[in-house]
Design a protein around this ligand. Structure first.
Ligand code: FES
Ligand code: FES
Length: 175
């Protein structure tokens, strides 16, 4: 029986280098979780449907279950663990989820946080409809999405957007 060929791959994740030895078929989601120990990236469907495994690759949201680890060698990867600020405080999107109760069981949350982080970079001041559109590709089995939409608007508000202030149910920024 021949053993499977392994590849030495250097992954750049959250500003650190991870040297991993993986078969060519190793999914990036599995490499992040099992080889890099970054279990914040969750795996739900492994078919590109649920969005739980979303990470940022060179700043763009990518389903890590649809990418091989060997394809990511030259990329700058950001997982949910890399979203916190340099001083360890929560990012605006993370703070907004806390403020607006945007998570219940939390399984889908890493994918939402990365997706929304990228979405607000493209559209820093979304309307409620645009906020819904921003998260349309991610599935949450716990909620009706109301608090996640509120979290998008709240994160925009924290970052300096204005439309979140017009939503009556959004909490006022702590002062
Ligand atoms: S686990 Fe990747 S999209 Fe569901
Ligand atoms: S918070 Fe449970 S699946 Fe979304």
């Amino acid at each position: 029986m021949t053993s499977e060929k392994l590849h030495d791959v250097r992954l750049h994740v959250n500003g650190s280098v991870h040297e991993v030895r993986v078969p060519a078929r190793r999914l990036l989601s599995d490499a992040l979780r099992h080889d890099c120990g970054l279990t914040g990236t969750h795996v739900g469907c492994e078919h590109g449907v649920c969005g739980a495994c979303t990470i940022l690759v060179d700043g763009a949201p990518v389903r890590s279950c649809l990418m091989f680890a060997v394809s990511a060698v030259d990329a700058e990867i950001t997982t949910v663990e890399g979203l916190t600020e340099a001083d360890g405080s929560l990012s605006p999107v993370q703070q907004a989820f806390s403020d607006c109760h945007g998570l219940q069981c939390g399984f889908c949350t890493p994918g939402f946080l990365t997706t929304i982080t990228a979405g607000l970079r493209d559209n820093p001041d979304p309307s409620e409809d645009e906020a819904r559109e921003m998260i349309a590709g991610n599935l949450c089995r716990c909620t009706g999405y109301q608090n996640i939409v509120k979290s998008v608007l709240r994160a925009s508000q924290i970052q300096g957007g204005t439309k979140g202030e017009m939503q009556g149910e959004i909490q006022e920024e702590r002062g």
